[in-house]
Design a protein around this ligand. Structure first.
Ligand code: RBF
Length: 347
């Protein structure tokens, strides 16, 4: 029990504590011994990766709305073999009430760390794990999302835009292969494109990392030289290379997770959306307020407003004719009404 003297001392300390604090591993905003401390572990780097940018902004927004809470962002870098050790160190520090992270490989890694540190709780976005009482996961319906991208690619390659050629080939550039990419996203993209025209082929290429824009540009240039006129870019920092090649060679790019038109108006022709910022914001607030259910795994899609196609941006409206914009609206309605069903397989 606190005496009056220790209570007075605590008030003094709270007043004296510095606001804003830079650690060796990341940037902390707010006071260091906050009543609720959130650690964001980025498996990669934030800059250039839409899902990570949204995770960080969502966590920051949640913390800004609850007095006495703080957030620390730790970038794990591109050497995936070090991620588990970094996450172990974060848990071992006992600094974080909640560790937030994102990508389909993280639930398994978080589960191993959780079994070592039984008091540590995790929120994993863009991943799926049900029944672990220390972990809450939120996955987006990537079959719906990839289908929307493929449908738009199909409309473009069949002649919707001026730089489309007369071949029925569309591209997908991925940073690396992983089960959801190979089993859900590539087939979802293909299904979307072939719903527009059954003769469309998908040229699927793998960059081999999430940062090399130079190599991405070479790969996309090669795709374009074989007849591809639109490429879905899911390659983190590599996406900038896809844009550069498309600009030089007269092709188009589809952005995947956040609105991408401002990256290259007229080149980024379409953009699917996932509301990872909202999902992170809401789940972190719930965790702070004590209402987030650990052990639960959610899948959010078009019906929940968590997956969408950005058909409002001025650059999109300028480039894409009204008839094609209407076709995108119509396919979204068909999915919403259940006329087209694209269930996300449970990983
Ligand atoms: N997406 C990125 O944009 N940047 C990354 O650095 C990144 N790293 C990933 C690492 C692994 C091991 C896996 C499985 C996926 C990664 N992704 C990355 C893909 C990301 O989780 C998501 O599937 C795509 O961004 C599409 O939403």
């Amino acid at each position: 029990m606190h005496t009056k003297r220790t209570a007075a001392l605590l008030v003094c300390l709270a007043v004296l504590l510095p606001y804003g604090f830079v650690s060796a591993t990341g940037v902390t905003e707010g006071i260091d011994d906050a009543s609720y401390s959130v650690g964001v572990f980025v498996p990669g780097v934030v800059d250039g990766s839409p899902t990570y940018e949204m995770m960080v902004s969502g966590a920051e927004r949640a913390v800004s709305e609850r007095a006495g809470t703080s957030v620390t962002v730790v970038e794990g870098g591109f050497d995936q073999s070090t991620w588990e050790e970094s996450l172990m160190s974060m848990a071992a520090s006992a600094r974080y009430d909640l560790i937030v992270t994102s990508n389909p490989s993280m639930p398994e890694i978080a589960a191993r760390v959780a079994s070592t540190f039984s008091g540590q709780r995790f929120l994993v976005l863009d991943g799926y794990l049900v029944g672990n009482g220390q972990i809450h996961t939120v996955l987006f319906n990537q079959r719906e999302q990839a289908f929307l991208a493929g449908y738009f690619a199909g409309l473009v390659t069949t002649g919707a835009l001026p730089d489309a050629n007369d071949q029925l080939a569309v591209g997908l550039l991925a940073g690396q292969e992983y089960p959801i990419m190979n089993d859900v996203m590539v087939p979802g993209y293909e299904l979307g494109a072939r719903t527009v025209h059954p003769g469309i082929t998908v040229d699927f290429r793998v960059l081999g990392n999430w940062y090399d824009a130079g190599k991405a540009a070479e790969i996309v240039a090669d795709m374009v030289s074989t007849g591809v006129d639109i490429v879905l870019a899911i390659a983190g920092g590599g996406n900038q290379g896809a844009i550069a090649a498309a600009r030089e060679l007269g092709a188009y790019v589809i952005w995947y997770d956040s609105s991408g038109y401002d990256n290259a108006p007229g080149i980024v022709a379409g953009s699917t959306l996932v509301r990872q910022d909202e999902a992170t914001y809401e789940a972190v607030l719930a965790a702070i307020d004590g209402t987030l259910v650990f052990g639960e795994a959610r899948i959010l899609g078009i019906a929940e407003g968590a997956v969408a196609f950005d058909n409002d941006h001025p650059a999109y409206r300028r480039l894409v004719p009204a008839a094609i914009r209407s076709e995108m609206e119509a396919v979204l309605d068909r999915i919403r009404s259940g006329d087209v069903t694209l269930d996300m397989p449970v990983p």
